[in-house]
Design a protein around this ligand. Structure first.
Ligand SMILES: *[C@@H]1O[C@H](CO)[C@@H](O)[C@H](O)[C@H]1NC(C)=O
Length: 186
C-alpha cells in the first residue's frame, strides 16, 4: 500500500495479482456524490501494469475540474473525464496505460451533482481492466531505475519476471551478476 501525501477517505490496496478489474463506486449504477476513492495496483517486480478502460462515463468538464479519474505511476499519466464523443473533458478512449515500475495508482473524484439531480441522466463511472506484463529489462528503452544495479556489461537475456547477464567468450561473469572480467591467461 502506497501512502499518499494527503490520505484520501478510502483507499483500496489492490491485491498483488497478475490481472484484475477496477470499478468506480456503485458501478454500473451511478457513482455517489462527493466521493474520493483510490486504488493501488501492485504487480510483482519485473512486471509493469497495463490498464485500459472498458467503460467510461464521467461528468464532462473543462480540464476535468469536477469529476475525474487520475492515473499515475511515479508520475502523472493523465486526468480523465467525459463520455465517448463528448466535446468537453478528456475521455481515455482505448488508450493503454503502461506504468514505469510495477505500480499504478488510480484516483477517482466526484462532486456534489451526480445523484438525483432530476434533470440529466446520472453518469455511471468506469470499469477498467489491468494486467501484469513482463518488463523486458534488456530493452535499452526501458531505462534502469535509479535504485537498480547497472545493466549487463556484455549480454542481457530477458525472461518472464526478470533477466540475467552473460559474458563474451574468454570473460567471466563477476559476483555482481552484471560485470564481466577477462580471464588472465598464462
Ligand atoms: C465512496 O464510495 C464508496 C463505495 O460506495 C464508499 O465505501 C466510500 O465510503 C465513499 N467515500 C466517500 C469519501 O464518500
Amino acid at each position: 500500500l502506497r501512502l499518499s501525501p494527503h490520505p484520501p477517505a478510502r483507499s483500496s490496496p489492490v491485491p498483488r495479482k497478475l490481472f484484475g478489474e477496477i470499478r468506480s463506486p456503485s458501478y454500473p449504477k451511478p457513482y455517489p456524490n462527493n466521493n474520493v476513492s483510490t486504488w493501488d495496483i501492485h504487480v510483482p517486480k519485473g512486471y509493469v501494469v497495463k490498464l485500459t478502460f472498458k467503460y467510461f462515463d464521467l461528468e464532462p468538464s473543462e480540464s476535468c475540474f469536477y469529476d475525474y479519474v487520475k492515473v499515475s505511476d511515479k508520475k502523472n499519466l493523465g486526468r480523465y473525464c467525459g463520455q465517448l464523443g463528448s466535446t468537453t473533458g478528456s475521455h481515455p478512449g482505448t488508450k493503454e496505460f503502461v506504468s514505469r515500475g510495477n505500480r499504478m495508482h488510480l484516483e477517482f473524484h466526484s462532486d456534489f451533482s451526480n445523484e438525483d439531480n432530476g434533470t440529466v441522466i446520472p453518469y455511471r463511472g468506469f470499469l477498467a481492466y489491468y494486467r501484469a506484463v513482463d518488463l523486458d529489462e534488456c530493452d535499452p528503452n526501458n531505462a534502469a531505475e535509479k535504485d537498480e544495479r547497472p545493466r549487463c556489461q556484455h549480454f542481457c537475456h530477458n525472461y518472464v519476471g526478470g533477466y540475467f547477464c552473460s559474458c563474451r567468450t574468454g570473460y567471466q561473469l563477476q559476483s555482481d551478476h552484471h560485470s564481466c572480467k577477462g580471464k588472465l591467461e598464462f
